[in-house]
Design a protein around this ligand. Structure first.
Ligand SMILES: [Zn+2]
Length: 296
């Protein structure tokens, strides 16, 4: 009889412990249980993106292979998606995308304007579009427009390319915020259709298309040239640009293996006007605009 009682008590204790375990497991806030899963998903995504980017990377003599690229990209990406940039007093980014919390871009005066930094962390304010746009056709007769000075230098570059036997077709210059917003939300919709959740779709989209107000195309200082395809990197026009664009004030804005600074994949077609002196200095430095601005 005594032995049975001992077994009964031991059994009850065991059941109680099991029940307590189950209750405690469910009592932990959902957030804590979810976090490791989300981080793992982000890491996987980053890996995939990096592989995509590197598989499309072509020979570029100015870029050394970087074996630590994968780790760096993953670490920075995770930090970006979890860190909210502080909003400036009196200014709020007027769009609502998870993980996109830019501050207001600083707008330099005079010729320094050509060095304006616009990316997913630095967005153009309302007063930019009202006060700073001075647009003309990139080359006479083109529907693509650029800031007046950028257009003058683009035209010179276009003619020099022509003389050297390459055609630098201006595909996409200035885009207004509504246009940029359409491009961005269309890309998000595409990733959502592929089964990704909203936050993931937004993060994936930012690697190819900048959120509205966060695109250099909205400044009139950027031009997509030739063809919007990785194939452009295999063309004579691209090779000519790499050798000559800086002499006309233009830089390759998103070179291979620079996503940790630019937050954007390699885009051989996207060129940015910064002024001749700056373009030469940036090319000489081997740095991307974000990095170069911090070091000067
Ligand atoms: Zn572009």
């Amino acid at each position: 009889m005594k032995k049975h009682k001992v077994y009964l008590i031991a059994g009850l204790v065991l059941v109680a412990v099991l029940m307590l375990t189950v209750i405690l497991y469910h009592a932990i806030p959902e957030r804590q249980l979810d976090e490791p899963a989300v981080t793992a998903a982000q890491t996987t995504r980053s890996d995939e993106t990096t592989v995509d980017e590197e598989s499309t990377t072509v020979d570029d003599a100015t870029t050394e292979p970087d074996t630590t690229e994968d780790e760096t990209t993953v670490a920075v990406t995770t930090a970006q998606t979890t860190t909210r940039a502080p909003q400036q007093a009196g200014w709020v980014y007027p769009f609502n995308f998870p993980g996109v919390y830019p501050v207001m871009a600083y707008i330099p005066m005079g010729d320094a304007f050509y060095l304006i930094l616009v990316n997913r962390h630095n967005a153009l304010p309302d007063h930019f579009t009202r006060n700073h746009l001075d647009l003309v056709p990139a080359v006479p007769g083109s529907a693509q427009r650029l800031h007046r000075t950028a257009a003058r230098y683009f035209h010179q570059m276009y003619q020099a390319g022509r003389a050297a036997g390459v055609v630098l077709t201006p595909l996409s210059g200035y885009r207004d915020t509504a246009h940029q917003n359409r491009n961005f939300t269309n890309r998000i919709a595409r990733y959502r259709n592929e089964g990704h959740d909203h936050a993931t779709a937004v993060d994936m989209a930012t690697r190819w298309i900048k959120p509205p107000r966060c695109s250099e195309h909205e400044t009139g200082l950027a031009m997509d040239i030739g063809q919007i395809s990785m194939n452009f990197s295999n063309t004579a026009a691209y090779r000519w640009l790499l050798q000559n664009a800086h002499n006309f004030g233009w830089i390759l804005r998103y070179p291979p293996n620079s996503i940790q600074y630019t937050y954007v994949n390699y885009e051989p077609w996207h060129w940015r006007f910064v002024g001749v002196e700056n373009a030469r200095a940036i090319r000489e430095s081997g740095l991307v605009l974000e990095h170069w601005l911090r070091q000067r």
